[in-house]
Design a protein around this ligand. Structure first.
Ligand SMILES: [Cu+2]
Length: 277
């Protein structure tokens, strides 16, 4: 029994070290989030190994021998003091780094640009501010086929907003971005594993986080909150571009006024296309 416990402890550590299931290479400034996870791995790993090895030691050291009797010791103030103190220290060491990272996570740099991500069963849409650098007002009651994100037609700053419906989101590398999250129906969660950042999207609320993409590439966006039968298929793509590629992509995008004025194409065409399939 003791030998099996020793093998479980050593095997768990070995599996952790050579595990094929590790994080995808990071693509944002949130290295701190990896560090807090590593601290948690160290502390919980150490405690796990210590407890299992201690049990193995006790099984061996105090194994049954004829004539030996167990001592009965229901109280031990000194030992309880030590265990309480060490447990408190371990829990604090796991929580404190998380609080520090959280404080940074919700403190958006002043020069961050904004992008809105809108979730609905079971797709992603995006909105970028137009030339005025501001996102216009939006409300659920404005939603129509020509206005899938419900932008306020009366709001001047909404008219030049860039609406990306059913396509990839592009972001420039190396520039901080504040991500504003909205949901049209149920709770979703926007998650790009490489960015190490995610947040629930709650109908009636605008939640947010910020990050800086640190390398170019195409990254899968997942819905990370079970949101209905097609939750598994709620995928998107975020493409991080160098500045020139980003500019040329941006130039090709349609603004809200263009979208609203256009023929009954856009989303309708996509939907009927989808139904045909
Ligand atoms: Cu979802």
């Amino acid at each position: 029994m003791a030998l099996i416990l020793v093998l479980i402890a050593l095997g768990s550590i070995a599996f952790h070290l050579v595990s094929p299931w590790w994080w995808t290479p990071i693509a944002s400034n949130w290295g701190y989030i990896d560090q807090t996870l590593i601290i948690t791995f160290w502390i919980t790993g150490f405690v796990f190994a210590a407890v299992v090895l201690f049990v193995a030691y006790c099984l061996f050291r105090f194994r049954h021998r004829p004539g030996r009797r167990a001592a009965y010791e229901p109280e031990n103030r000194r030992l309880e003091g030590w265990l309480t103190g060490l447990t408190a220290l371990g829990v604090a060491a796991m929580l404190a780094p998380g609080l520090i990272v959280w404080a940074q996570f919700v403190r958006v740099p002043d020069h961050a640009s904004e992008v809105e991500i809108v979730a609905q069963q079971w797709r992603w849409s995006y909105r970028l501010p137009g030339a005025d650098g501001r996102l216009g007002a939006a409300e659920i009651r404005h939603i129509t086929d020509e206005n899938p994100l419900g932008l306020d037609p009366q709001d001047a700053s909404a008219r030049d907003d860039i609406v990306i419906d059913g396509d990839d989101l592009h972001l420039p590398v190396g520039r901080p971005v504040k991500v504003l999250l909205r949901s049209i129906d149920v709770v979703h969660n926007f998650y790009v594993p490489e960015f190490r950042a995610k947040m629930d999207m709650i109908p009636g609320m605008i939640t947010y986080f910020w990050f800086t993409p640190t390398r170019t590439g195409a990254f899968d966006a997942l819905c990370n909150e079970v949101c209905g039968v097609n939750h598994y298929a709620m995928r998107g793509r975020v493409v991080v571009d160098a500045e020139p590629e980003y500019r040329s992509w941006l130039d090709q995008q349609k603004t809200f006024s263009h979208f609203a004025a256009g023929p009954r194409g856009g989303r309708n065409a996509q939907l009927s296309d989808r139904q045909d399939r």
